[in-house]
Structure formats: C-alpha cells, structure tokens
Design a protein around this ligand. Sequence first.
Ligand SMILES: Cc1cc2nc3c(=O)[nH]c(=O)nc-3n(C[C@H](O)[C@H](O)[C@H](O)COP(=O)(O)O)c2cc1C
Length: 297
Amino acid sequence: MDNISRKLGHIESALDQEPSASCFDSIRLKHRSLPNVSLNQIVLDTQFFDKPTSAPFFVSSMTGGPSESERINRHLAEACNELRIAMGVGSQRITIQDGEASGLNWSVRHAIGDLPLFANFGAVNLPHLKAVQELGRILDPIEADALIIHLNPMQEVFQPNGDTDWRDIICHISEVCEWSPVPVVVKEVGFGLDLNSSKELVSAGVEILDVAGTGGTRFADIEIELNKNISEILSKNDVFDNWGYTTTECLINISRALPSTTCWASGGIRNGLDVAKSMCLDASAVGIAGRVLLPAT
Ligand SMILES: Cc1cc2nc3c(=O)[nH]c(=O)nc-3n(C[C@H](O)[C@H](O)[C@H](O)COP(=O)(O)O)c2cc1C
C-alpha cells in the first residue's frame, strides 16, 4: 500500500470508529450551590503564543500531504478562523520528501489568518533529514508559531514497512530543540505520553508536552485493519485494545512529577466539560482531533 492510500485509509477508518469508554466520566467537578460569580463575567479568551484566541482550545494535527489531506486541513483552518482558535496541521513529511508543491502550504495559513498554527513532523523521521535545518521547509510556508513533533511507535509497528528503529531519537529531538526558531511541542498520537519519556523530553529541551492519551481515536485498530498480514489474528482477539495511558492518567502523572512543565491535554476530548476537567488537571490548553474529522471532510 503506498503512502497516499494509507493516509486515505486512516481517514476512512477513523471516521468508522465507534467511541471508546471515556476516562473523563469517572471525574466529577465540584458542584457549588453558592458560586459567588456572575456567569456573564466568565471570559474564556486567552493569549496563545502571544496571539489572542477565544479559548485555550485547539484542533489537533490530522493527516498531512496529498490533495484530500490538504482539503481537510484547509477546512479545519477555515473553521478555526471563524471560532478564533488555534490549530496543528497534519504531518508535513511529504513536503520534505517531495517539495512544497506536494505538501500543506500557504493555503492553510491563509485560511486560518493570524491565529496560532503549528507545524508537524514525526520524530522517527528525524534521522532521515539531511540536516535539522531542513525543518525550516515545513515551518516557513505556513508561518508556524510552534513545531509539533509526534511520537507514534505503536502506529509504526503495525504498518507493513513501518519505521520501528527508535534508538537515539531523543538525541535528534534535542537537536531540534537547540535549532528551532519556534517553541517545540512533543505529542503522542492517542496512546498517551508516559512519565519516563516525558522526563527525557523535558531534559532534552522540549517546552510543551501534549499527552494525546487513549479514549478517543484508536490508531492501533486503524493500522491493524489496514494491514491484512496481521488483521486476521490481532483484530479478532482485540489484543491491543487496552494498550497505553488514558489522557487523565497522563495529566495526573505528569503534573505531579513535572509541575513546571507546560502540558496540553488531548485524546478523547468530547465536549467543553472534558476541556474544563483537563484544565482542572493542570492542562494549559486542550486539543481535539477525531471528533472534528467528519465535518472537515
Ligand atoms: C485521521 C487522523 C490522522 C492523524 N494524523 C496525525 C498526524 O499527521 N500527526 C499527528 O501528530 N497526529 C495525527 N493524528 C493524531 C491526532 O492528532 C490525535 O493525537 C489523536 O487522534 C487523539 O486525539 P482524538 O482522540 O481527539 O482523535 C491523526 C489522527 C487522525 C484521526
């Protein structure tokens, strides 16, 4: 299966997924019968990377590359512009591989206007760059406010020709942090950032962690479904259904052990109440992906 068919397969498969059980349902916020506040005075507006936005909320990176992905990212950018919220674009590996014409480009920046927009690249692809400076080719066309590096070892392991050599990837991330002209964010893709990795990332110079935990899009299921060599055995037995950390587990563990690190919540966010609960668990911003894919198509 070529890269384009695989990306289209991800979109179709993600759209078909039934929602998982949510970790947010086991958390109840304190009810106050005497709140001593006027609802009209509650303002969600905030500064995100020194730019005014309507809420500490963003659309999380989804699908980079060829025409359908460009269309989805542009639609998301238009919606973010209308709502005045931030957005991360999907993986921009194709821009580095095939040149600016084939990747996400200025149309996404044009659609979102002056709101915060984040570039995206896979950590496991960093060793294939000729030099770290090549990442400028994904930052510049979209005038990125931050660079998101994604960690997806579980996704790669189920792909027929997945990149499964993660040795020394932390050294490459450290090099990105030293070079990057914009803040570096590291995220998972729906399996949850564990505490040991988080500590290593912070020591390497990463400014922001986005936990991207379980409870929403299940990428193991998507890759297993697309990989006929293993789908018979693995999907029949739901072998990897319980893999990873929930978004709330990640937030609790990271905020306790790394209280001065900026942490974003994502993975399984369904509504504003999940956003509020995430912020009570010390997330400074909250992202949503799978649930906004259908309207974006
Ligand atoms: C179709 C699809 C494509 C995605 N592509 C990317 C990607 O290119 N880069 C990335 O960092 N994350 C990617 N993700 C992962 C999301 O950013 C997010 O971390 C994950 O889906 C969990 O959030 P959710 O439960 O709200 O969907 C993708 C998700 C979906 C559904």
